[in-house]
Write a protein that binds this ligand. Sequence first.
Ligand code: FAD
Ligand code: NAP
Length: 336
Amino acid sequence: MNSDMDICKPLDLQKDGQNMMNSENIEKVRCLIIGSGPAGYTAAIYASRANLRPVLYTGLETGGQLTTTTDVDNYPGYPEGVTGPQMMEDFKKQAERFGADIRFGIATSVDFSGKIHKVTFDDMKIIEADAVIIATGATAKYLGLESETRYAGMGVSACATCDGFFYRGKDVAVVGGGDTAAEEAIYLSGLCRKVYLIVRRHELRASKVMQDKVFKSGNIEILWEHQAINLFGENGVEGATLVKKKGTADEETVTIKIDGFFLAIGHTPNSVVFKQYLETDQVGYIKTIPGTSKTNVEGVFAAGDVQDPNYRQAVTAAGSGCMAAIDAEHYLSELK
Ligand code: FAD
Ligand code: NAP
C-alpha cells in the first residue's frame, strides 16, 4: 500500500506540474508585436495608445539594427543627432509609457493556419494572438572578415545613406556590384573625394541605368575582379588589402588607402520563421498589399525592413510600424 502511494504521488505531482507548465506556457493576447527596432516600438506606441494592450518580444537584438551604430543624424526630431542605442532607448521608454508589455524572447516557430495566430518563443512559450505585427527587420550581409568586426562603427558600415556624411571629403570603398552598391557609390561620390567600387567579377550586376550613372561619375574608380581580404588602421579603418584576380595566374595583392569601408552585398530579411505561411519575394522580403501593412494572412501585418527592399531607413520603418498598428486596430475592431 505504502509503496503504491509512493509510486503514485510523485507521478501525480509530475502530471499536475506538467499541466501547470502547459497552461502557463500558453497566453492569449490581442496584439502581438515581434521585433524591437523602430518599426516594432512604433507599432507598440500606437497599439498601446489604441488600448490594444500589445505584447512585444524584442528578439536577440533589443533595439534592432540601430544599436550597432554610433550617430544617427537623419532621424527627425533630434536636431543635434543622437546615438543609435540612445534613440532606441527613447523609443522603448515611449512605448512603455503607454503600457506596452515588452519582453525578451525570440520567435522560433509560428502557426498562422487558423484565426487565432500562434507564435512560439524560445521553443517554449506560446502566444495566441488575434493580430500579429511582424517587425523583425533585415540583416546586412558582411564578408565575414575578422577585421570587419574589429572596425564595426570605426570605419565599417553597411549603410551609406546613414553614415556617408561622416566621410565627407575622404576616400572610401564600397563592396558589391548590384544596384545597392551602385546606388551607395553614387551617393558617396557626391560627398567623398574618391570612391573605390570593389567588384568581385568583371561586370556589374546592377541595372544598366545604374551602371551608366556609376561610369559617368568622375570620382568612382571600379576595381574589377578584386576581393577584400583585410582592413587595417590604428584607431579606425585606414586601408584595405585586396586580392586581384584571385585564383588565377595573374593573382596579385594590392592595398588601398581609405577611411570608410561600405558593404553593399545584399540584405537578408529576417523572415525565415514565417515563410511557411507568408508570401515573400525571391530575396525573402514579406509581401504586403501596397499602401498597407497587410500580408496574405488575415490579422498578420508586416512593418519595417522585413517588408521593405527599397528604403530601409529608421524613419520609414517607424512609419510603417505606425501603419501596422492602425491596420491591426481596424482588423481587431471588425473582429468584435
Ligand atoms: P530592425 O531595426 O532590424 O529590428 C528588428 C528587430 O527584430 C530586432 O529587435 C530583432 O531583435 C528582432 N527580431 C529579429 N528576428 C526576430 C525573431 N525571430 N523573434 C523576435 N524578434 C526578432 N537608418 C537611418 O534612418 N539612419 C541611420 O543613421 C541608420 N544607420 C544605420 C547604421 C547601421 C550600422 C545599420 C545596420 C543600419 C542603419 N540604418 C539607419 C538602417 C536602420 O537601422 C533600419 O532601417 C531600421 O533599424 C529598420 O528597423 P526595423 O524595426 O524594421 O528592424
Ligand atoms: P544583389 O542584387 O543581390 O547584389 C549583390 C551584389 O553583391 C552582387 O554584385 C554580388 O556579386 C555582390 N556580392 C555578394 N556577395 C559578395 C561577396 N561575398 N563578396 C563580394 N561581392 C559580393 O543585392 P542588392 O544590390 O542589395 O539588390 C537587391 C535587390 O534590390 C535587387 O533586386 C536590386 O535590383 C534592388 N535594388 C534596386 C535599386 C534601384 O533600382 N535603384 C537599388 C537598390 C536595390 P555578384 O554579382 O558577383 O553575384
